[in-house]
Design a protein around this ligand. Sequence first.
Ligand SMILES: NC(=O)c1ccc[n+]([C@@H]2O[C@H](COP(=O)([O-])OP(=O)(O)OC[C@H]3O[C@@H](n4cnc5c(N)ncnc54)[C@H](OP(=O)(O)O)[C@@H]3O)[C@@H](O)[C@H]2O)c1
Length: 322
Amino acid sequence: MTAARNILVAGSRGMVGSAVMRRLQAVEGLAVQGLARPELDFRDRVHVFSTLASLRPDVLIIAAAKVGGIEANRSQPVRFLSDNLQIELNLIDAAHAAGVQQVLFLGSSCIYPKFAEQPIEERSLLTGALEVTNEAYAIAKIAGIRLCEAYESEFGRDYRSLMPTNLYGPGDNFDPVNSHVIPGMMRRFHEAAKLGADQVSVWGTGTPKREFLHVDDLADAVLFVLNCPRATWLSHTAPRQRFVNVGVGNDLAIAELAALIAKTVGFRGEIVFDPTKPDGTPRKLLDVSRMAAMGWQARTPLADGLAEAYRWYLDHLDTARQ
Ligand SMILES: NC(=O)c1ccc[n+]([C@@H]2O[C@H](COP(=O)([O-])OP(=O)(O)OC[C@H]3O[C@@H](n4cnc5c(N)ncnc54)[C@H](OP(=O)(O)O)[C@@H]3O)[C@@H](O)[C@H]2O)c1
């Protein structure tokens, strides 16, 4: 990206999009522009093509997607598959048509098989069955990765993809039904502390292990990968594997996470695990050696990141998605 000046962030009002905007705006000499709903719905192919043709950015970052937790994925498979396919197909095709040199597409660790060997290497893609609860989302994300690879192999485009692990941070979704694990727990523990409740129940046994990356670290990884010379990118990835995992490289049990969140929000009651509710995959840790070999690693300790996310939540109680 060294010579690039005009960067367009699609989905600039989401958690990741906002973090990427903040990170890029801190770099001198870059012209950064955001594109988001309601001004533009990326499912509108004609409008997406005309917008990209008129803006003609040097770089397009795709941070827009229909995102949600288990319940949202279960109840709206059409939106998770159809919206995500349309968003990425329209944006990536339109980028090529407008001569955009570089695209950065954001996938997700859900693309990997349910029983992938841990830590999960990029080469496990498409080696086994997916987790059914988010299969629609995962299939759409895999299609996006493959489309970027196809533009690279067929047209020589520099279209790259990143697979982040679970994210959290400012701008997260605190909706009780659609949220991911950290904002969901943070909200419930916060409300319990406020009401002086003596117990909070957490789904499952508390034993599954998960990895969490602060969204500002992901934004930093986005900038790092965009700046990575093409030869370096190609030498650290492989054909049909032109993507890299982004994570912290270590995980913790849900019970440990619950204890950390309770401490962060000042909940002093008992945390009760409900083993009648599903645990999901026992472990999900990304292998981050490709990013490490390229010279990048996450910096934010989880306790610090949680404290910051909680401060953001308190500051946005009226406006946060909930
Ligand atoms: N959050 C995570 O833990 C996580 C983990 C791994 C990967 N990722 C990836 O990171 C990316 C960003 O996720 P996020 O966490 O930032 O989610 P988010 O906060 O929900 O942001 C997604 C953004 O996309 C926008 N969007 C959705 N459908 C759209 C459409 N049809 N047209 C225009 N904009 C649309 C949303 O706008 P509206 O508000 O109007 O719907 C929202 O602003 C996604 O690709 C996701 O797969 C996220």
